[in-house]
Design a protein around this ligand. Sequence first.
Ligand code: N01
Length: 552
Amino acid sequence: SATSEANGNGIAAYKSLDALIVGAGFGGLYQLHYLRKMGLQCKVVDTAGELGGQHSIWYWNCYPGARVDSDVPLYEYSIEDLFKDWNWSERFPEWPEIRKYFQYVDKKLDLSKDVILNTTVTHAEFDTKPCRWNVTLNSGEVYDCRFFLLCTGFAAKHYVPNFKGMDRFKGIMHHTAKYPQEGIELKGKKICVIGTGASGVQCIQEIGPQAGHLTVLQRTPNLCLPMNQHKLDAEEEKRLKATGDYDKIFKYRKETFGGFHFDFYQKDCMQETAEQQRALYEKLWQGGGFRFWLGVYKDTLFSKEANDRAYEFWAEKTRARINDPKKKNILAPLLKDQHHTFGTKRPSLEQRYYEVYNQPNVDVIALKQNPIDTFTEKGIKMKDGQELEFDVIILATGFDSVTGGLVQIDIKGTDGVSLADKWSKGTWTYLGMTTANFPNMFFLYGPQGPTAFSNGPTCVEVQGEWIIDAVEHCVKNNVKTMDATAQSEAGWTKHVADLTDITLFPGTDSWYMGANIPGKPREALNYAGGIPRYTRECNEVAEKGYAGFAFD
Ligand code: N01
């Protein structure tokens, strides 16, 4: 049970817990709920001011147009019949509605009483004598706990490139992941967006119609797919719920590669005629969402020939929507000029993205031809000498993804080596949930798990369940420490690399490969075998008495 005492100098109060959880998003709240059910004393700590995601996600990423790319009812919990009393208003919900969903879940499961908000975990150290973690918060508080669970998500550390002269700019400048909670007045303003990943695309299509002038600085085109957004009918939702369809969907989402309610088409592309290919592509395109990515021919992300067919279809559809020939080539190049194979960087879902570029007040500059020279007091000077003036610059430049959120916390394991040092030349995990010499520490939705190749809540529930079972195993068997062996993590890390090496992913510079951050090791950061295979492999380990772990 929890104890509290002054530590002598009066600054820190030591408290004892069974488990401390970092991150109040889908992953952390799932852990809190089930660990509490097991009778454990737990707390969740989160930097954000509300439930909904550690450091960044639905709290911080409140830029215009931020919404989820998974369709209803995929981006929600399947647990405790939570779906029954909750209705979404749109097929792809926007951030204010997702925040409300977390408030709803909070009410239903009574979570907040064990969540410490506006607080950051700064370091954690494993004490080998009592076999417990000492975890320090920026408030000065120190907790000691038996289990330390990191549920920081894959985008908990945003990335700002080191552009020359950045601090000279006198206007308003924000990263999308640190967008002001009160918003920014954008109407009629001269605005620049740097970056065209998911965040860039979403805010560009929202800002274009209201800006005085919008300049987009694009390094790599995003191969965006139609979202096909629409309002949801409450009656239809009610009917689906009543017929048990939601239960079927929640069951099925654990049986598909990406944790969605559709899967790759179970044929290779070249097995079908050009007409058949076109018919399939057209159907997936009309279906909207990620169907034209995770529902295409099963060899699309493995075979360049198959990939080219998908790319050509994408380029044909997209180019037809852009009027200006120069913009057309920058935003949707022909196959011969393609920047990367289709789907090896994450495609974004768009609603009117390409039409926005047909507006006279919207420009796009291809940074590979005309790079940024320097920021100035008034804006940005380009290599070709153009001096662009802006009131607002929005940096949609992404994240130190997957590992950044974990290694930014100073975590020291049994040998005193920090996680950041251990992973400085490459990431090592066992099952994408543990790492050797960091006993009783588990993480989810992080490196070498299905993470960024999957629908978040599906991945979180698959990994979450496994972690809960592992903790229960330790509690029931009076285990002091559960630690991955060096051998088992070497095997898993190789397995993750092997799964990726046979795909087209290694040939593309993307955050999936750690290639977006200068100096970061280039490696497969996600498990590319899909949710069902991953689940099977993790369950086999548990069934064999947690093979590959050392127990004390
Ligand atoms: O970040 P990104 P994001 N100079 O890394 C460019 C999830 N997410 O925040 O491609 C100039 O994808 C960079 O260019 P390049 C989702 O999983 C989900 O958009 O590296 N440009 C790129 O265009 C997503 O994939 C949702 O050549 C520079 C952009 O900045 C992930 O988070 C919404 C640059 C960064 O794109 C990350 O998305 C938002 C430089 N020095 C995010 N450095 C939804 O579900 C980088 N760039 C809807």
